[in-house]
Structure formats: structure tokens, C-alpha cells
Write a protein that binds this ligand. Sequence first.
Ligand code: BGC
Length: 354
Amino acid sequence: MKKYSKVLALVLMVILVVPMMFGCGSKPAETSGDGGTEKMEKFVIGISLPTQREERWVKDKEAMEKYAAELGYEVKVQIADADQAQQAQQVENLLTQGIDVLILAPHDASASAELVKKAKEENVPVISYDRLVTSSEDLDYYLSFDNEAVGRLQGDYFTKNVENGTIMLFAGAPTDNNAKLFFNGAMSVIQPKIDSGDYTVIGGTDFQQVATDNWVPANAQNRASNILTANADATVAGVLAPNDGTAGGIIEAFKAAGLDVPVVTGQDSEVAAVKRIKIGEQSMTIFKDTRALAKAAIDMAVSLSNGEEIEANGAVDNGVKEVKSVLLEPVVVTQDNFQEVLVDSGYINEDDLK
Ligand code: BGC
């Protein structure tokens, strides 16, 4: 009997105590970072995303979850359906549940300053993910792509492929700081050709006038249809569309009006857009590798919590401060290189393009 109880005690120790020593099998139980007191506690990353409407945000979420799981970190993800009140509540929930760091892609750039402040009050550092939180003194880092470069690449493609003629301009959501950066970048190339008289713009050139509320493709489609109806005599040579979703809506408007689809730009490398590029319906898109962004975000979250130095490659003005930033490179995708850039890299499955 005595022998058996010894064996039982040993077995119990192996079952109960050993996993505790190794953080219940999940790697790694982080230290609290409080100057070396090795208080073991689970490291939790809070992630607040604005939407899953565009395919890219689904990929961001999946990639962050996958990479964090590989490293053994717990993530708590909340998705706001393009609704600021919902995102505010979700961030509060995350802070109440207890997170060590917050990765925040804001729906509303300036309203989200309040959310960063709340996190700061709880000593939770915040990384602005893909979209910048504006008017916030408290923001720790910004991780995104070079968004003005995204716009410039769209503008470069546009001016190289539309020599002259009538054009239409679209921008993204006014609540999203990226939308302004994309538009400013594109207009830095397009505006000189408007000024020189090469381009005649129908439907307006002012950001607020050409913006698309909430990035909703149907809003862009309606605006495109209205402009086409109001300018029935015009032959449109090109349309600056800020992303693939809106490009899809705009292309539908041309088709519904029985018109040839002109040069149309885009961004995100969505499957539907690449299919359109394949058949020549959409002219280009931009590849922003969300796998790389997601990985960088998790790595940055861990470094930030550990008080480690993060190597920034830029600083972006958020209205009240220069936010230390890590900005990744966007890539132009056309019929010529989608196979190599998107399919061969495993970002898109070849079968999905059939
Ligand atoms: C992102 C784009 C996306 C858009 C709509 C922007 O902030 O950078 O990739 O298409 O939001 O979700």
C-alpha cells in the first residue's frame, strides 16, 4: 500500500506540478517585467480591429492569432463592425479582462485617442495598427505601411496609364487617417496634371467631397453612378479608387451604365480584385503583406511589454506628437506580377483565382 501511495504521489506530482513549472505547457510564461522578481503570469495581448468587412482585416486577424499561438502567447481579439461606440466598449472590456498590451486599429482616428488614454491609465501600452490614432499624446508606437507611398504608387500608375482626358477621384473614409494619406500621396502625382490641363475632373477634387463614408463599396458605386449620369457626354479615361472594395463598386457602376471600364486603381490585393486584374477589368492593386504586419505587431507588443528598444524607421505626426513608427513597404500589383507577388508567395491560393 505504502509503495503504491508513493507511486501515486509521484504520478500526481508529474501531472500537477511539472506543467505548472512550464506554464501549463503553453510557452512562455512571461515574467512580470518588474525588475526581475520572477512572478510568473500569463502574457496577454489585446487586439481591437475595426472591421472584417474587407478581406485584408480577416487576414490580419488570422495572421496575428497564428503567430501569437506559435510563440505561445494568448491573444484576446475584438472586432468592431465599423462602429466607434462598439470599439470603445470592446477596448474597455479588454482592459477590464486584463491585457498586457493593446494592438489597436481604430475605426475613428481622433475619437480613439480616448481609448489610448484609458489604456494608459491602466499602464497598458498601445500600438496603433495599420491606422493611426490621431490627437493622442499617449500613443506608444505606430505600425503600418508607408501609406503616402501607397497613394503615390497609385498616382504613379495612374499618370503613366492615363495620358490625358476626363477622370474621376475617390478617397476612403474621412474617419480613417489612412484615407487622407492615400489621397494626398496620389494627388501629389495627379494634381500637376490637373493643373496643366491634361486632366479634367468630374465629381470634384476636394477630399471631403470625394471621400467614401465607412469605405462602403456601395457608397462609391452610387457616387460613381451619379457622376456618370450627370456627365452623360463624358468619356472617362481613369478613376482613382483608394482600395479594392471601392474599386469593385466603381467598376459595377460603369458596367451598369453600359460603359467600358476605364483605368481603375485599387489596394489590398483582395481575391476579387486580383480576379478582375486577371481579366483586365481592374488595372492595378497594391500588395500590403498583412502577414508581415501581423507578425511585426506581435513582436512589437512583446518587446514593448518587456521594455525593450524597438527600432523605428520613421515618425508620423498624429497632430499632437511625432509618433515613433515602423512602416513597411507597399508593392504595386498588375497583370504582369500578380502570379509572382501574390500566388508564389502564398498570399493567395491559385485555385481561388479560378
Ligand atoms: C486600410 C486599407 C483598407 C481600408 C478599409 C485602411 O485603413 O489601410 O487596407 O482597405 O482601411 O478597411
